[in-house]
Ligand binder design. Sequence first.
Ligand code: PLP
Length: 388
Amino acid sequence: MSPTAIPNLAPDGYRLRLPGPTFVPERVLQASAQMVVNHRGPEFRGALAKAEAGLQPILGTKNRILFYAASGSGMMEAAIVNVAGPGDELLIVTHGQFGERFATIAQAVGAKADVVATQWGDDIDLAAVEAHLKQKDYRAMVVVHNESSTGIVADLAKLGALVRDRRTLLVVDSVSGLGGIEMKQDEWGVDILVSASQKALMCPPGLGLASISPKAWEVINGGGRLPSFYWDFRRAQASAEKGETPFTPAVSLVGGLLAALDMIHTEGLHQVLARHKKLANALRAGGAAIGLSDFGAGQRKSSTVVVFDVPAPLDGATIVRELYQRHRTVIAGARNRLSGKVIRIGTMGSIDADTIYTDLAHLEDVLPDLGHKLNPGAGVAAARAYLS
Ligand SMILES: *Cc1c(COP(=O)(O)O)cnc(C)c1O
């Protein structure tokens, strides 16, 4: 009997160009496909220690790194439930869809959340945040570092300064920032930082991580009963001290992460961050040359995701569909109030200039047939000029 062929997940020529999950390099795929080992044995203990040491400079922290089998949203929930339960006051600073997710999580755990909502695409209004902080003694201020829905980056240095001399903690989601945008957790005063494997860290999805400051530990250890078992950071920390995780971790993904971290540190973290910025700006330059303007009025543009306004009378979903059908290029639209109005392209992880040129070439091919006039070749040429 012949074995049944395993169906491929990806068709030939498939280009995963989402703002996460992102393209996983062959080295990382192979490292993720190794024999599974005992998660409490010496081999895995060594792997966790290496993963922690490789991640700490990327986070800019000396804190322990806690690992979970989880998606990014799981880590967002973990961050909230460890500092707030029913009735606790939180200040949620939103500037897009993922910030709103934080507000939804806060509601789900019964916390009392005040929301400072920034118009999507704008920079966060720091004065409005400060005014709120002066009014109440919040348990934590919660913010998304890199808003993947709008392409705007929060100024964590300034936000951190606002709570440095208060009891209020700073809780940050850097799921789509970490590894692609500078993070200085300790210097900026980020108390709880959560992230996940499948964005700029260029790993398969499923590995979540958290890093907790001494200031946050005072709150977490402060006697409040956590409305959670799996997410209890105290348990994870106690295991981490023994080189373990409290529950079965995503063993294979830690194998992949070690390869990804090796790639990042071989290139050099500084160079990796500079490459992200350069390529994102090259894509913006190329987009501008074919009539795709950058979404939003904010100045703090992301290096890991580019969000373009969809030119009238086109529909974002149609562009996404055509790019896939003609070129197997998979980009994102929006699944929120911007639905149809923007398209989003990941500029994080394992990408280079050719990746951006190909994105632009495919856009140049598709857009005219949808009714958008452009000068063929102008996008690629502008990106090339920007990079040279
Ligand atoms: C992708 C992402 C998440 C997590 O999403 P999951 O699908 O749960 O992994 C959270 N926050 C931001 C800003 C993201 O970009």
